[in-house]
Ligand binder design. Structure first.
Ligand SMILES: C[S@@+](CC[C@H](N)C(=O)[O-])C[C@H]1O[C@@H](n2cnc3c(N)ncnc32)[C@H](O)[C@@H]1O
Length: 262
């Protein structure tokens, strides 16, 4: 079993969990400027995103977690501190280890618990699956958080491989799914920052089609989808799914193919 979850304390200077301070902000100017240190580890999320994430697993087991997108180490450290998993695997395409995360892990004596893998693209499914198999030995996952590229094709690839690995009732969180709809000029002017990329919203539509294509008896791959502005939580149903699954074969659409809408 994983450890008992400690209390969280939201203070003006950050989120405190048993002596560790987390600098939680989705303000790009702040998280770009702040450097992670053991005095304050940068989490590039809003408080609401952290609260929604933790609420989505409040009543469930969180022994086995995968965090995609390490950045300055904050989400991986936060998930370890708040949810006390038996095993947490983290990935980032950036090749350089995040020193403060490695220091945080060493300070807690969690080298057996937290396994960070750098230089791994989230769309490299053979690499992802081999490392997860190595870290988790084929045991089903309880929670996956994807806060990496936010690109449709890459995020879809990761979902196709890791969603099937969740236990029934396990939760898959896709963060910042709504970037194509954000109000800031960065996202809307001149086609927006990711103007050459299909919106991540397309994947959410496909996940909703998976939900809607399930049978009435509830033996479905997707059991439930909950959306907030900052994240979507997808709850795994009991139906077997192979990994990687062909997402387009998991929903019905009157025989019509789905193409990215936007
Ligand atoms: C928004 S940051 C992650 C923030 C972190 N999860 C947190 O809450 O503090 C996105 C991270 O995803 C990584 N990334 C971007 N594209 C990726 C890809 N294709 N595969 C894996 N990681 C990727 C970036 O290097 C960056 O560190």
């Amino acid at each position: 079993m994983s450890g008992a979850r400690p209390p969280l304390s939201w203070e003006p200077d950050g989120l405190h969990i048993e002596g560790t301070r987390f600098l939680v902000s989705d303000n790009a100017e702040e998280y770009l400027a702040n450097e992670s240190s053991l005095d304050g580890i940068v989490v590039a999320k809003s408080r609401e995103m952290v609260e929604d994430l933790l609420a989505s697993v409040a009543d469930g087991r969180t022994d086995r977690i995968v965090d995609v997108g390490i950045y300055k180490g904050g989400s991986t450290a936060l998930l370890a501190a708040a949810l006390r998993p038996l095993r947490l695997t983290a990935f980032d395409v950036a090749p350089e280890p995040v020193e403060v995360l490695e220091d945080f892990v060493a300070a807690h004596d969690w080298a057996e618990v937290v396994h960070s893998h750098y230089g791994v693209d989230q769309a490299d499914l053979p690499a992802l699956l081999a490392l997860i198999e190595k870290d988790h030995g084929g045991e089903p996952l309880d929670l996956v958080v994807d806060d990496a590229s936010h690109f449709y094709r890459e995020t879809r690839a990761t979902f196709s491989a890791l969603f099937p690995l969740l236990r029934p009732g396990g939760v898959y969180v896709i963060e910042d799914w709504a970037w194509a709809h954000y109000s800031e000029p960065l996202w809307q002017e001149h086609g927006g920052w990711f103007h050459d990329r299909p919106a991540l919203t397309n994947l959410i539509v496909e996940v909703l089609m998976m939900l809607g294509s399930g049978s009435k008896n509830g033996a479905n791959g997707v059991a439930k989808v909950t959306a907030q502005r900052g994240s979507v939580q997808v709850v795994r149903g009991p139906a077997p799914l192979s990994s990687p699954m062909r997402i387009e074969e998991q929903y019905r659409n009157r025989g019509l193919p789905f193409r990215p809408l936007m």
